[in-house]
Design a protein around this ligand. Structure first.
Ligand SMILES: *[C@@H]1O[C@H](CO)[C@@H](O)[C@H](O)[C@H]1NC(C)=O
Ligand SMILES: *[C@@H]1O[C@H](CO)[C@@H](O)[C@H](O)[C@H]1NC(C)=O
Ligand SMILES: *[C@@H]1O[C@H](CO)[C@@H](O)[C@H](O)[C@H]1NC(C)=O
Ligand SMILES: *[C@@H]1O[C@H](CO)[C@@H](O)[C@H](O)[C@H]1NC(C)=O
Ligand SMILES: *[C@@H]1O[C@H](CO)[C@@H](O)[C@H](O)[C@H]1NC(C)=O
Length: 466
């Protein structure tokens, strides 16, 4: 993400809040595909067209300033409306965590202001300029870039206040409009509304929320809405491939899918409860899906041990902003036993041997690596996460990638320790998340997702290199 000034000549002076997403006819849901056979494997390459690719960088960030983490978020008093981020803090509260940052690629032709932001599927707005003195890592915060409205000819101060809080952290400030540029090719999005913080706690970078926007969580077109409105892409869909633990080639593709990052068909997993029901029940919408099984295979073995009973189902939030996943305490304990983990009761963290990170480099098909298996749609798709993607390196010490959730529906999270094993299409048109195992076969092959992305993913887009 880059916030620039100096490209006014290209822009129309539309008022920031006036634009509204044109009504899109939406299919009933991904149910439309159930009971419907998949066609034979396609023999022609899918079409290519419009999409925006944004490279994502993996970063390990240590907590160096714990004075802020337990103090009150500064946010609550000043905001006219207080939003709440789903799920967990974007960093674990202990020592350090791993986050994925959208890389602000500087463009030599535009004197832009580059701002790095955490990629977050569990929130829905863009926030910049945290208070670095109160950040969990002030040095990282200082290097992540700042937005200067006064240095931009296109900035508009909307003067309305915002606040967002998540547990011990949050941002508060004033909404602005300005031209953002997005993706590796720096596509401009004019008059995008976003929050410029004047106070914050804990957070050490900006954040870009990729959740449901206008009509659900926001009163104005969020960035994804604007990409459709500005006809960069056809529907509100984006693909996420964070890649393995090494994090090479992590990217987000707005309006497209890279079919060299998975094999075979992708499976649609319905967002449940539906966005409309979530609005009624929770007052906001997140990417919640039902997990239907969790299993485990030890390194060098082929038999899988199921850790969940038959008929198991648990709604889980897909959250790229969370270093860890969070599940039922008994399941986490059972998994901890498999890894001979030591539980730190105070922090709720399961420490494991860092040798699990070594991987099986010499073993191309990863047969030798242990796996944790996440099942959806009653076995319709199972994501096999390799040990080295599942274990979190906290810098010298290693932790199991899942921790026990607090009681309460909003705390079951599939964070990065799951997401690294998957290739995913977040589909706000069919209200589904399409899943496949992350299996890069070399190079990049991006298909454009058009007016009916579900139909394309069901019948035309088949992953693999041959
Ligand atoms: C964090 O807090 C603990 C105890 O409150 C203290 O021992 C430790 O030195 C602090 N660490 C940092 C980096 O401030
Ligand atoms: C948090 O805020 C409350 C009320 O404003 C105050 O009583 C309390 O001392 C604050 N706690 C911290 C840790 O600042
Ligand atoms: C934006 O407007 C608010 C409210 O009028 C004001 O307090 C703030 O200083 C302004 N910010 C900038 C950067 O001009
Ligand atoms: C998700 O699981 C719940 C039970 O926990 C069930 O009632 C619901 O129908 C499931 N939704 C989908 C889409 O499978
Ligand atoms: C993993 O690597 C470390 C250091 O690179 C080594 O000390 C350890 O023995 C290795 N463990 C296994 C199980 O290969």
């Amino acid at each position: 993400m880059m916030i620039t000034s100096g490209i006014t000549a290209l822009l129309l002076a539309v008022p920031c809040l006036a634009a509204s997403l044109a009504d899109l006819t939406q299919p009933d849901s991904v149910d439309a595909t159930s009971g419907r056979a998949r066609p034979p494997r396609p023999t022609t390459a899918p079409r290519t067209g419009n999409y925006i690719k944004a490279t994502v960088r993996k970063e390990q960030v240590a907590i160096t300033n714990n004075a802020t983490s337990s103090s009150n978020a500064t946010t609550t008093t000043t905001a006219t409306a207080l939003a709440r981020r789903w799920g967990r803090l974007p960093l674990s509260l202990y020592e350090s965590g791993i986050v994925y940052l959208m890389d602000g690629k500087s463009d030599r032709h535009v004197p832009g202001q580059t701002v790095e932001v955490v990629v977050d599927t569990a929130s829905y707005e863009l926030y910049v300029n945290p208070d670095c003195a109160r950040a969990a890592n002030p040095a990282f915060c200082a290097g992540a870039g700042r937005y200067d409205a006064r240095g931009s000819g296109t900035a508009e101060n909307l003067t309305t206040r915002f606040g967002v809080s998540f547990g011990s952290g949050g941002y508060a400030g004033t909404y602005f409009c300005d031209t953002l540029t997005l993706g590796d090719d720096s596509w401009p999005v004019a008059n995008q509304q976003f929050g410029v913080a004047t106070a914050s706690a804990y957070v050490w970078a900006g954040m870009i929320g990729l959740g449901y926007g206008e009509g659900y969580n926001t009163q104005y077109p969020a960035l994804l809405d604007r990409l459709v409105e500005d006809e960069y892409i056809s529907q509100r869909v984006f693909s996420v491939g964070l890649g393995g633990a090494s994090g090479v080639n992590s990217d987000i593709i707005f309006g497209g899918v890279d079919y060299h990052k998975f094999e075979g068909w992708m499976e649609p997993v319905e967002i449940w409860p539906s966005p409309a029901e979530q609005m009624q029940q929770f007052g906001q919408v997140g990417y919640w899906v039902n997990l239907t099984s969790l299993g485990h295979t030890r390194p060098g073995q082929s038999s899988t041990e199921q850790l969940t009973p038959a008929g198991f189902t648990r709604m889980m939030l897909l959250d790229t902003g969370s270093t860890f996943s969070y599940m039922d305490a008994e399941i986490v304990a059972a998994l901890g036993q498999q890894f001979e983990a030591t539980l730190d009761e105070q922090q709720g963290i399961y420490y494991v041997s860092c040798s699990y990170l070594n991987g099986t480099e010499e073993d191309d098909d990863d047969e030798g690596s242990g796996h944790v298996h996440f099942g959806f749609n009653q076995g319709g798709v199972v994501i096999d996460v390799k040990y080295e993607d599942f274990i979190v390196d906290l810098g010298g010490r290693c932790a199991l990638g899942v921790q026990s959730a607090d009681v309460g529906a909003t705390s079951w999270v599939l964070g990065d320790t799951f997401i690294r094993g998957a290739y995913m299409v977040f589909d706000q048109y069919y209200d589904a998340v399409w899943l496949a195992n992350y299996r890069p076969c070399g190079g990049e092959a991006v298909a454009d997702l058009g007016k009916d992305p579900g139909e394309q993913l069901w019948t035309e887009i088949y992953g693999g290199c041959d």
